[in-house]
Ligand binder design. Structure first.
Ligand code: BLA
Length: 516
């Protein structure tokens, strides 16, 4: 399905992140746009007005609505505008017939002091129908409630969105901490290649796009081969600046992204943002090989399905996190109880070594008290540990130090066996070289990328941006890293450290009392 097409020759941006996607100055031409002043005069129009309803955009400027869309349509629309509580997000007002054959869903929102009216061409004459969409969303709500696993919930959502929209391939795509994405679930028609399990690099969706997608939760690109319809005049007459089209449903999208879609063999796409704990957790990404309209009522249902999925993911993540913390705390409490038994603090610590390993899900642990080194499980040799502690003493300044790729920071670790790819280190004294260390073994991973993520670096001239041209599976083997340290583990380690220091202090006081 991939068809390599050259990048538009005049595309010469300094960086992906510089592209002003909120201010494209144009819209997608499957509808037209009118911007109205507070006095309800048309002050801007898209230049496809003529093609859409046979009105010259220059003649529309300064006119009242009825002079542009006709008396009948205006009589229908004006009371809807008066009655609606229009805010910053597009609101569906009505479906209008303009001229003899064309019908449009009218969406309205206020932005930059203007009332933005978007008229989306629709196939049907009747008003948008939310009735069976409500039923579909309700059914999804019931089904997803029975599911306990993020992947299964995502698969259900993909299935439902495909049913509502008719897209050929629907994927649920999750971001990792570095912004790379991973296709977690997929539902597709025969003939669409599968991307399930594949990874896409963070650079496929630049930062400013992710920021916008946190605010505006759904976008449709109906036909990646479209010619944009420009706004006339180009600047908002009230602000004197380019219009911010962040919330406009017809906002024209980045030409680089359109090229990306064509390279992927996708002529229509829709994506729905998944917000979990205030962050962009992922996207539901839909593809179709040919142009594919999706009317506002269906988009709204998809947006709601996305919200339900995100809420379910959030509550499952919360429950899992809570369980994890309870488990770790239980181990910590039993360890601390063990530590108060004998008289020698270090021997005490060594006696709870198995629990120490379990606590940090580590392969090996070491206790270093000055020159004394006690080890348990899979660890480097004593001498290597002493050297590592010497390095930590200089480089570790906080309460804990952790890395899942020690060799990247401390090159001698590369020479050690694969048992210390990851390190969690905890200084237990500010003055002495007293450390608790946990080691995690190397986990060799094979990551399946959808296309070589490094390909674009050499593909185009340095000033010319281009998306990848191939999405064929490209395998990368990642070595030298361990399983990542979980945020909850690090917090617990910090808590454990302060409990340990408390015990040590108490012991010191007891010894001092005994000595008196
Ligand atoms: C936007 N890139 C996007 C979007 C997606 C992707 C989903 C949102 C717009 C949409 O709904 O289509 C990427 N699409 C994907 C991925 C999958 C998918 C990863 O289906 C995987 C399943 N893109 C590049 C490069 C640049 C770039 C090199 O590959 C920049 C040089 C830019 N992508 C880019 C920009 C946008 C974008 C600027 C914003 C488009 C817009 O909203 O205007």
């Amino acid at each position: 399905m991939s068809q390599a097409t050259p990048v538009t020759p005049d595309l010469d941006l300094s960086s992906c992140e510089q592209e002003p996607i909120r201010f494209p100055g144009s819209i997608q031409p499957h509808g037209f746009l009118l911007a109205l002043s507070p006095a309800r005069h048309v002050v801007q129009a898209s230049d496809n007005l003529d093609a859409m309803i046979g009105v010259d955009p220059a003649h529309a400027l300064g006119q009242a609505l009825e002079a542009v869309i006709g008396e009948q349509a205006s009589l229908q629309l004006a009371p809807e505008i008066d009655a609606a509580d229009i805010g910053q997000r597009p609101l569906y007002l009505c479906t209008l017939g303009i001229g003899p054959v064309r019908h449009f869903d009218v969406l309205a929102h206020y932005y930059d002091s203007l009332l933005i009216l978007e008229f989306e061409a629709v196939a049907r004459a009747s008003a948008a129908d939310f009735r069976h969409l409500h039923r579909q969303v309700g059914e999804f709500l019931l089904k997803v409630g029975d599911s306990t696993d993020t992947r299964a919930m995502s698969a259900l959502a993909a299935q439902e969105i495909r049913r509502v929209t008719g897209f050929g391939r629907v994927m649920v795509y999750q971001f990792d901490d570095d912004g790379h994405g991973h296709v977690l679930a997929e539902c597709r028609d025969d003939g669409y290649p599968s991307y399930l399990g594949q990874r896409f690099p963070a650079s496929d969706i630049p930062r400013q796009a992710r920021e916008l997608y946190m605010l505006n939760r759904i976008r449709l690109i109906q036909d990646a081969n479209y010619t944009p319809a420009r706004l006339v005049p180009a600047l908002n007459p009230v602000t004197g600046a380019a219009n911010d089209l962040s919330f406009a449903a017809l906002r024209s999208v980045s030409p680089i992204h359109l090229q990306y879609m064509r390279n992927m063999g996708t002529l229509a796409s829709m994506s729905v943002s998944l917000m979990v704990k205030g962050k962009l957790w992922g996207l539901i990404s839909c593809h179709h090989a040919t142009p594919c309209p999706v009317a506002f009522d269906k988009r709204t249902a998809c947006e709601q399905l996305g919200q339900i999925l995100a809420m379910c993911i959030e509550s499952r993540e919360d429950a899992r996190e809570l369980q994890f913390r309870l488990d770790v705390r239980r181990i910590m409490v039993s360890m601390l109880a063990g530590l108060t038994q004998g008289s020698d603090f270090i021997d005490n610590l060594a006696s709870v070594f198995p629990a120490l390993l379990q606590f940090a899900r580590a392969g090996g642990a070491a206790i270093v008290f000055d020159e004394r080194v006690l080890t348990y499980g899979d660890t480097p040799g004593e001498e290597a540990i002493r050297e590592l502690v010497g390095w930590l003493d200089v480089h570790c300044h906080g309460d804990v130090f952790h890395t899942d790729h020690l060799a990247a920071l401390y090159p001698p670790a590369a020479g050690l066996a694969g048992n210390c790819a990851g390190l969690l280190a905890m200084p237990v004294s500010r003055i002495h070289k007293h450390y608790l260390l946990w080691f995690r073994p190397e986990v060799v991973r094979t990551v399946e990328w959808a296309g070589n993520p490094h390909e674009k670096e050499g593909a185009a001239a340095p000033t010319q941006l281009s998306p990848r041209t191939s999405f064929a599976t490209w395998c990368e083997t990642i070595t030298g890293t361990s399983a990542p340290w979980h945020g909850g583990e690090i917090e617990m380690a910090i808590e454990f450290r302060s409990a340990l220091l408390g015990i040590a202090l108490e012991r010191a006081e007891q010894m001092a009392e005994l000595a008196e």
